[in-house]
Ligand binder design. Structure first.
Ligand code: ZN
Length: 430
């Protein structure tokens, strides 16, 4: 099938040229249109004409989430108001929401990027795409819908809705693709299993994002829906929303859209570039975004680049899964741990389920970590001790910290349709 939404350029060199032009345009545009960026560049002593090559990117100052809040309610705005046609906002867990403006061209670019995701996931115009993520201020729902319409498949715009409604529509309309958060995917998978609907539905692909998830969770969703494939989609309100990259059919990392933004990985402590392949903070610079361009924006999301070319043959580079946010990191006995690392260890053990909690306590002046995890639905209880010991050993070997693993019954840990809270830090309370 002809690829309609992939970059028009053919070589890595041409791509770099697109990036160089985009970078120059962005720096000029932001300097001209935004007093925030102008003063920031002035402070750093950089002028737009100093930015001539991609290497000059490093001369530009970082932008942070704090900058977005201090310039509330319209941070980074670089166009006159008459050009703004929409805003979206992220749910601010701390302080004010982050409000981001879009021009019509920004929305068109976003739709194209998202259409590219559906193309990469191998959809056709015959597909029926049931959308179960939130609409409104949040970027998710409308992003999935815009991209689907641009791509030319049929949208079923439900939003989170009730599980009843999702099941009914899935059966009646024979939806072929389901888009949801990973937590919602798990709830729906369990619902489909409980109602014995697997043979009555036609969902072949699930695209999920907005949330870190384990391989175990994914396997379960695949099994209960009876899926061909699942795809991980990254998304960040500041960077348009979801749809800025997708896994290909090889499922070995996320191809990201380098013709729309530059991705750097930095060490969040030193702010220097991380060595290729090493985990660090994602920093993004947009190449065409008009209303709220990003210049070296620190996303606080952790991932790594995959420097080697993908076996699918695409020249679009890849990054690894998002391991969570730098804010989610916790420190126990001097060791920095990201919840994603725990996901990773648990997902290598077949006999435990996808649901877990990490509980941090202080006893006798010492920190203690307990990982509470559900045993797999089919696992035999007699093996619990053995499984716990095996997991404790893996954590000690991989994360260099001792912990206690407790296995609990399948289905007893809380499930929510939104992001599940995994780490309970009770050290201040104990
Ligand atoms: Zn690939």
């Amino acid at each position: 099938m002809k690829k309609r939404f992939m970059p028009a350029v053919k070589t890595a060199r041409e791509l770099r040229e697109v990036q160089r032009e985009g970078l120059k345009w962005t720096v000029n545009h932001a300097h001209q249109g935004s007093s925030f960026y102008r003063s920031k560049m002035d402070e750093a002593g950089v002028r737009p004409k100093d930015i001539r090559s991609l290497d000059d990117l490093k001369r530009l100052p970082f932008t942070t989430a704090q900058d977005l809040r201090s310039d509330y309610p319209f941070p980074l705005l670089s166009v006159p108001f008459e050009k703004v046609v929409r805003i979206h906002a992220s749910s601010g867990t701390t302080g004010k929401r982050k409000v981001l403006c879009y021009t019509q061209k920004d929305l068109d670019d976003w739709a194209n990027m998202f259409a590219r995701c559906y193309e990469m996931a191998g959809l056709t115009r015959e597909d029926r795409v049931q959308i179960a993520v939130g609409y409104g201020l949040w970027t998710a729902g409308v992003g999935f819908q815009l991209g689907c319409e641009r791509f030319g498949a049929m949208t079923v715009p439900v939003g989170p809705g009730s599980r009843d409604m999702h099941c009914e529509l899935m059966v009646d309309l024979q939806s072929t693709v389901f888009c949801c958060t990973a937590s919602m995917g798990l709830l729906m998978a369990e619902e489909i299993h409980r109602r014995n609907l697997r043979d009555k539905i036609s969902v072949g692909k699930v695209i999920f994002g907005a949330e870190r998830h384990s391989a175990a969770m994914r396997r379960k969703i695949e099994a209960y829906f009876g899926l061909e494939e699942t795809f991980d989609i990254p998304g960040l309100t500041e960077l348009y929303g979801p749809g800025t990259g997708l896994e290909c059919e090889k499922h070995e990392g996320i191809h990201y859209w380098v013709d729309y933004y530059i991705l750097e990985i930095i060490d969040p402590d030193t702010l220097e570039s991380a060595p290729p392949g090493e985990t660090g903070e994602m920093v993004v610079t947009t190449l065409r975004k008009e209303a709220a361009p990003l210049i070296r924006y620190r996303t606080r999301d952790l991932t790594h680049l995959k420097p080697e070319p993908c076996s699918c043959g695409s020249m679009l580079p890849r990054h690894g899964p998002l391991l969570g946010r730098t804010d989610d990191m916790f420190i126990i006995r001097g060791v920095n741990i990201y919840p994603g690392q725990i996901d990773d260890i648990l997902s290598r053990e077949d006999k435990v389920g996808s649901e877990y909690q990490v509980i941090l306590m202080r006893r006798d002046g010492k920190d203690h970590m307990t990982i509470r995890v559900e045993h797999a639905e089919s696992a035999s209880l007699s093996e619990n001790e053995e499984i716990a010991a095996r997991l404790e050993d893996s954590v000690r070997r991989k994360l260099f910290v001792r912990c206690k693993v407790e296995l609990v019954d399948y289905g007893t840990l809380p499930r929510t349709e939104r992001k599940s809270k995994r780490v309970l830090d009770e050290r201040d309370k104990s």
